[in-house]
Design a protein. Structure first.
Length: 115
């Protein structure tokens, strides 16, 4: 048995029963995003714009990447797609992924026939 394994096991045994590992570490959220002309916009306002755009839509499903592009173009925000994903997930506005039919798969021949 490796020395590190033994000492890790021994440390686990010495913990109290009520001990739980830390979760949610990392840097705290800013709570705002910047625009192209250096003004702050609260994340709540961004979420409001997103929800209005989604609800007023024509039934079109938009993913977080297209919504990021829309925010950049329409509101001039400097925003990351991961931030938009996090905001949509927190507000439960994420669209589901489309289901692909599972029975319509054909084998791929290489090199293509008729080459």
């Amino acid at each position: 048995m490796a020395r590190a394994t033994y000492y890790a096991w021994r440390a686990r045994r010495q913990r109290p029963a009520s001990w739980t590992p830390k979760r949610g570490g990392g840097r705290p959220r800013r709570g705002y995003v910047w625009t192209a002309n250096d003004t702050k916009v609260a994340e709540g306002q961004v979420l409001e714009w997103l929800s209005e755009f989604i609800m007023a839509g024509d039934g079109q499903a938009y993913g977080y990447r297209k919504l990021t592009t829309w925010l950049r173009r329409e509101h001039g925000l400097i925003i990351n797609k991961k931030t938009v994903y996090r905001l949509l997930r927190s507000a439960d506005l994420l669209q589901g992924q489309p289901l692909r039919p599972s029975g319509n798969r054909r084998p791929v021949f290489w090199p293509p026939i008729g080459w």
